[in-house]
Design a protein around this ligand. Structure first.
Ligand code: ADP
Ligand code: ZN
Ligand code: MG
Length: 489
């Protein structure tokens, strides 16, 4: 756990509700395409537009994916689950109810572990399957919000797409841990291919439930709910701002009201959306048009066995193999980068230096080019050739970076050939290095004197000068050794 959030004698209590859009081909209860970005209101039918008498049919693939997410997150999967109607009136729901789940969700309790030296675990309450609402677009006014807008239109393409709502217990104790938890959870869902969890497109949406209590207290205070924070940074900042607000209220003698809030990342302001409704306001009752879902134990075992390596397990494996925690985490949450590293390390036989390349030059190149590891022109095979030259001492780090640049620019280039053509082989030969060293020492008598007078740090300057004279090709270790010998004599 990161340091708990505390202020003026109060500590933070945070629980998250996370909506994940499942990437099935069709919607939850009809055969309309489940696709983002199509022209508005083109993916609709009698079922998702709620024509009278149209009947829903549960999407088996959505059930399967929801179950896989539950298994990956460590939830229990009950033998049976049931759909329920959640009644509410709003233009984004043409039936005037949402088919959701209530007392028999698809996935039951679980514990999700964020590994690491400052790791922690979060109890999951449940994960239930439901249909998404249509998308409301508020035109005119500020930032697409309904307040101050001139009018609203509805795009029913999203209406009825499968959504899994994952609910945590209020186990998080800082905005930072909320972000860390959500990062790993998102990576887990992506790793199993159940959703792209693209926060910008809205396929992952997180609500933060926030309260404070006196440090050491075991009771919960009144919570507020922050709606739809669509980036990790906003989630962290929004929760932080709300914690600050609650502490200000309580230390000023007031009481926190239960309400739903909107966080505006631009201004940092929190505004009230509505006072919070209770579950009984929704008049949940079992959906009469759908059968309960029964899970088959042997099928569940097959699904569990079929899960790929999950980010938490990958993190542990990479740390055990000697990588630092930040490196292991970066690779744990990026399945494609991890696969690239796996292939590279298989070829080089050296996980650590391979990881340095993947996290360093390769990632910089991928970010700059805006491409994923799988799309990189520098394949693991080509990079392995370069890593081998460094390992053998044929070239130094500086030259290796130059060669990498050539591999990026020229898809046909081969590391060894580039080294020959550009004459980049490291200068480890003592005589050549000594000639350079002597020239540099002769040209910088003041520094030499300073070093001999005890100013050890001057060596950095002298090494730099020698490196420059060698055209960046000097073997850094050999150079340091020879230079020290020379200065000592
Ligand atoms: P509601 O009745 O408002 O739906 P729930 O008890 O179902 O509340 O919890 C919804 C979410 O709020 C969960 O993620 C839960 O962890 C979180 N939560 C509940 N109580 C608190 C609290 N006092 N402080 C912070 N989060 C809380
Ligand atoms: Zn439809
Ligand atoms: Mg609830």
């Amino acid at each position: 756990m990161s340091a708990p959030w505390q202020k003026d004698g109060y500590e933070a209590v945070i629980g998250l509700e996370i909506h994940v859009q499942l990437s099935t081909l069709s919607k939850m209860f009809c055969s309309c395409p489940n696709r983002f970005g199509d022209a508005p209101n083109t993916n609709t039918c009698m079922v998702c537009l709620a024509y009278p008498g149209a009947l829903p049919v549960a999407n088996a693939e959505a059930v399967r994916q929801a179950t896989r997410v539950g298994l990956a997150l460590g939830c229990t999967i009950p033998d049976a689950s049931e759909f329920s109607r959640k009644q509410y009136f709003y233009p984004d729901s043409p039936k005037a109810y949402q088919i959701s789940q209530y007392d028999q969700p698809m996935c039951g309790e679980g514990v999700f572990v964020v590994p690491g030296a400052d790791g922690f675990s979060v109890r999951l309450t449940r994960a239930h399957l439901e249909e998404d609402a249509a998308k409301m677009i508020h035109a005119g006014g500020d930032a697409g919000r309904i307040s101050g807008s001139a009018g609203s239109v509805v795009d029913f393409n999203r209406g009825g797409t499968p959504l899994l709502e994952i609910v945590t217990e209020p186990d998080l104790r800082s905005p930072e841990d909320a972000r860390r938890f959500l990062t790993l959870l998102r990576a887990t869902v992506i790793a199993i291919g159940a959703s792209d969890c693209d926060m910008e497109k809205g396929s992952l949406r997180a609500d933060g439930n926030v309260s404070i209590r006196p440090i050491g207290s075991t009771e919960y205070g009144t919570k507020t709910e922050l709606k739809n924070m669509n980036s990790f940074r906003f989630l962290e900042r929004g929760i932080e701002a709300e914690l600050e607000r609650q502490v200000r209220i309580v230390t000023g003698g007031g009481v926190v009201e239960q309400e739903t809030l909107h966080f505006d990342p631009a201004s940092g302001a929190l505004s009230s959306l509505r006072s919070k409704e209770q579950a009984h306001d929704y008049r949940y009752f079992p959906e009469p048009d759908l059968l309960p879902v029964r899970q088959d134990r042997s099928q569940l075992e097959r699904l569990a066995d079929g899960l790929p390596e999950l980010p938490a397990a990958r993190f542990e494996r990479l740390v055990d193999a000697g990588l630092t925690e930040p490196t292991a985490l970066a690779l744990a949450i990026d399945t494609e980068l991890a696969a690239y590293l796996g292939e590279l390390a298989d070829r080089t036989g050296d996980l650590r230096s391979s990881a340095n390349w993947v996290m360093g030059e390769l990632s910089a190149h991928l970010n700059a080019a805006g491409i994923s590891a799988a799309a990189s022109p520098v394949t693991p095979e080509r990079l392995a050739g370069l890593v081998a030259l460094v390992a053998a001492g044929t070239i130094n780090q500086t030259a290796a970076k130059e060669v990498f640049g050539v591999l990026v620019d020229d898809a046909a280039a081969v590391a060894a050939t580039v080294v020959d053509e550009r004459n980049l082989a490291a200068m480890a030969d003592g005589d050549a290095l000594l000639a350079i060293i002597d020239a540099v020492l002769a040209a910088n008598p003041a520094e030499v004197e300073a070093f001999r007078g005890g100013r050890q740090q001057v060596i950095g300057f002298l090494v730099g000068q020698c490196m420059k004279q060698s055209g960046g090709r000097a073997d850094a270790k050999a150079l340091q050794g020879l230079l020290r010998d020379r200065l000592a004599s």
